[in-house]
Design a protein around this ligand. Structure first.
Ligand SMILES: [Zn+2]
Length: 320
């Protein structure tokens, strides 16, 4: 009996050791005018009830960032909730967040708030929400960052910082890219402001994740939380492509993953999944696909739903 119990404890321990944390992303609540970014209040309650029933611990983003910075273990029951854009519809969902006592990070773009666009929160609302949640930055004017020059990115960020500080009397600790779009150049500039950086790539967060490249799971409509929370982080060294190919032909995908994997699945936006081989941890796949979208995700997935994403965004600037 005791032996069985010990074995069980070990198994639980192992399971806990190998799990990853997850960052969820919402946009609008109870606003059916925008089905591609909306979550109904009924669905949000379903999501929260699921999280509670399965003993997930909803923690502030900064707790996860701190653990990563200090190389502390990541609790696989940790879930971070983030909300992008600062739409007014959040006010309808606030009672639910308070009822469940779930903290969250609200990423705001300062321009629509400052200009009083009707669909967006006002500074008074943001100040009240700030008593309960972390307020992160989501740029000033919500631009496609990869299409801006270095100077323009810095200017947009400085404007956002100025308005943030003026209204909230503090410094933001985190930043989420508008449209989830970035490349190495954009990332480097925002990293110089010392923000933790959130992307919009499907995935999980492990102790090996970088605070400058945090994957988030976007939930819209009827979400499949169970599946989303089953995703794990696959440590990956991307070798090729480094950026969106100028001639729009994705010739080759080359990356290093852990050598224990012998096969993997590869996803390219517009082309779906395909089986690929892995030799001694090296993926080297000649594909030659014409990219049709300006934003393309290349995803590597191995067993146990371990995934890693490389986003490619067509840009007038950046890497040659
Ligand atoms: Zn946004």
């Amino acid at each position: 009996m005791l032996r069985k119990l010990l074995l069980l404890t070990n198994l639980v321990f192992l399971f806990r050791l190998f799990g990853d944390a997850h960052i969820l992303l919402y946009h609008r609540f109870g606003d059916p005018r925008y089905p591609t970014t909306n979550t109904s209040l009924e669905q949000l309650r379903k999501d929260f009830t699921y999280l509670k029933k399965h003993h997930y611990k909803i923690i502030p983003l900064q707790k996860l960032v701190k653990a990563l910075k200090n190389h502390k273990p990541i609790d696989p029951k940790w879930v971070v909730i983030t909300i992008d854009d600062g739409f007014k519809s959040l006010l309808q969902a606030m009672p639910l967040f308070k009822e469940f006592r779930y903290p969250f990070t609200l990423f705001i773009s300062t321009k629509p708030i400052q200009n009083g666009y009707p669909d967006f929160l006002r500074w008074e609302d943001v100040k009240k929400i700030a008593q309960f949640a972390e307020i992160g930055l989501h740029s000033h004017a919500h631009p496609h960052l990869t299409d801006l020059s270095d100077e323009e990115i810095v200017q947009d960020t400085k404007k956002a910082l100025m308005l943030y500080k003026k209204n909230l009397h503090t410094q933001p600790q985190s930043y989420a890219y508008p449209y989830g779009e970035y490349d190495d150049r954009v990332k480097k500039i925002l990293q110089s402001f010392h923000f933790a950086l959130c992307n919009q790539n499907l995935g999980a967060v492990s102790a090996k994740s970088s605070i400058y490249n945090l994957d988030r799971i976007a939930l819209v409509g009827k979400s499949n939380l169970k599946q989303a929370l089953g995703l794990q982080y696959l440590p990956t060294q991307w070798i090729e492509p480094k950026a969106y190919p100028k001639d729009r032909i994705l010739r080759r995908v080359k990356a290093k993953i852990e050598p224990k994997y012998k096969s993997a699945l590869l996803y390219v936006t517009g082309y779906g999944w395909r089986d690929i081989k892995v030799k001694n941890g090296l993926i080297d796949e000649k594909i030659g696909l014409k990219l049709t979208k300006r934003r393309v995700r290349v995803i590597i997935k191995v067993k146990h739903s371990k995934i890693n994403t490389k986003i490619l965004v067509r840009s007038r600037y950046g890497v040659k």
